[in-house]
Structures are given as structure tokens and as C-alpha cells.
Design a protein around this ligand. Sequence first.
Ligand code: 13P
Ligand code: SF4
Length: 303
Amino acid sequence: MNAEELPNKIFKVKKNLNAIILAHNYQSQDIQRAADLVGDSLELALAARDTSADILIVCGVTFMAETAKILNPGKRVFIPKIEAGCPLADFLTPHQIEEERRNHPDAAVVVYINSSAACKAAADIVCTSGNAVQVVRSLPHSRILFGPDSNLAGFVRKQLPDKEIIPIPATGHCYVHQSFTNEDILKARKIGGKIIAHPECTAPIQRAADIVASTGKMIKIIEESEEETWHVFTEEGMIFRLKTLFPNKTFYSYENAVCKDMRMTTSVDLLQCLQNLIGEVTVEEDVLQKARISLDLMLEASL
Ligand code: 13P
Ligand code: SF4
């Protein structure tokens, strides 16, 4: 089959199955083109919960497909590359959460959606990069154990100085967002325009940026702004997404910021997943029930 036939074939098989394809903003151009919805972690979670399709294909990394299954357990959920993980999510285990709870019995545990289903089950509430501040603000606790991203924890602390935010673990981070440097900021400033950075970036990059926002919020901010030139400090797939949405604006990326796991999925994998229904995601029933509570509380808090 040649490259031109592939998108048509994907479309036909998807339609016959009454399947929906959900893709994260960081997926490759081909996957973004084939998707019914492209969005950030929160948008994908909401779409997964609300869909009437029989089958959900999640193009992203495993925690996103697990989240879809937890929010809509009656559906069959597939991920074309089951080995596409998130190294940031691997920084936290349920065991660490329990240990930290014993050290800080008065604290609430907030876990970033970039975490395993078991960590979500062990937490009090989940958040995404788009609603982390809102979620933490909604809690009556003055002390918060927040993991696994220490940079996002720092972002929340800055917005909510009255709360004590303790990152668990202290150094959890995303290697892609950790790679941006001060030289990149200087290069961007020379060119002019606005710098927009993801809250997974380090504190110095967050301080130097004009705006810090999740990928979903980046789209809204850029849409509402008259600024033409944007320096985008997040994973490179986002550049394709932005260029598609705003063809008259100019976007710069830095540090070849590619998430290897996000880039694993190809159109051939997607077609094979649809045709053979391989890569089904399952979550143990008791983990699913507990994780569902943490996710539902997040969705309530971010209304
Ligand atoms: P968003 O919450 O912006 O979708 O980000 C998810 C992610 O994996 C960032 O690296
Ligand atoms: Fe995980 Fe970073 Fe990849 Fe996002 S970009 S999926 S946080 S490794």
C-alpha cells in the first residue's frame, strides 16, 4: 500500500468499527491528520469519557490510554504502540506515595496525570498541566504532596504561595522539557516575539518565558493574541499542531525537543491496531475503581 492509500484505509476501517482516534498534541503529523480529536491530556480524557464510539484508539503514551479506559471502562481501548511510556511517569510509584503519606499525614496527595493507574489509585486527586493550579486551590489542605513532576510542582507553588507544595520525588522531571537552556531564551529574544513554555520546563525557563501554559492553553492563548511570532518551549509535535491551526503565524522550536515515546506511533501501527485490534489496554478492577475516584474529583474541581 502506498503512503496516499494509508489515510483512506485508516478512515474506512475506523468507520466500520465505530472507533474514534484520539491523538495527543505531540503526535506526528500523519497521526494528527488521521485523528478525530487532537488535544492535550485533559481534552483527551474528557473526549474518552464522553464518546459514544465502541472502540477508542489512543495515540499517545500508555498513561493516556489507561486514563481513557478508567474513565470509560465499558469501551475497548487500544494503543497502537503499547511500549510507548512516559519516563516522567516512571519517577513515581504507589509505594513512594504511601511512604510520603506516613511522613506527612496531614497532606493531600495530588498526582499529575502523567503517572501510572496505580499511582492515581493511591492519590487523593489527579491533575493535568492545564488544571494543576485549580485542582490544588480546590483542596482545603495547606500541605500538598505533588508528583511526579517537580517543575510543575514549582509552577503551582508560585501561583499558590499560601500552600506548602512538596514534590515527590524531589527531582522528578521530563527529559524533553528539561533540555531547554538559557541560550535558547537568548536566541529567541534576539529574534523577537513571545516565548511560551510548558510548566514541565525548569524554573529558570519558566521565569524567562512570557507565558507558561499547558499545550491546550497554548493554543487558546495564541489564538486570542495578535502576536505573530512565537517561541514554543515544549515537545516539537506541538509546532505542527500550531502551524496547522495558525498558518499565518511563525513558530520556532528549540533543542530538537522530541519525545521518543510520543514519536513511536506511525500510521502503519495505527492501521495494524485497527485491523487486528492489538494493543488493548486493561486496568485491574480495584485499581480502576480507585483511580476513577481521583480522576472524577479532578474533573469536578476543574469545572
Ligand atoms: P499536556 O497536559 O499539555 O497535554 O502535556 C502532557 C505532556 O506529556 C507534557 O509533556
Ligand atoms: Fe512524558 Fe515528557 Fe514525553 Fe510528555 S514529553 S510524554 S512528560 S516524556
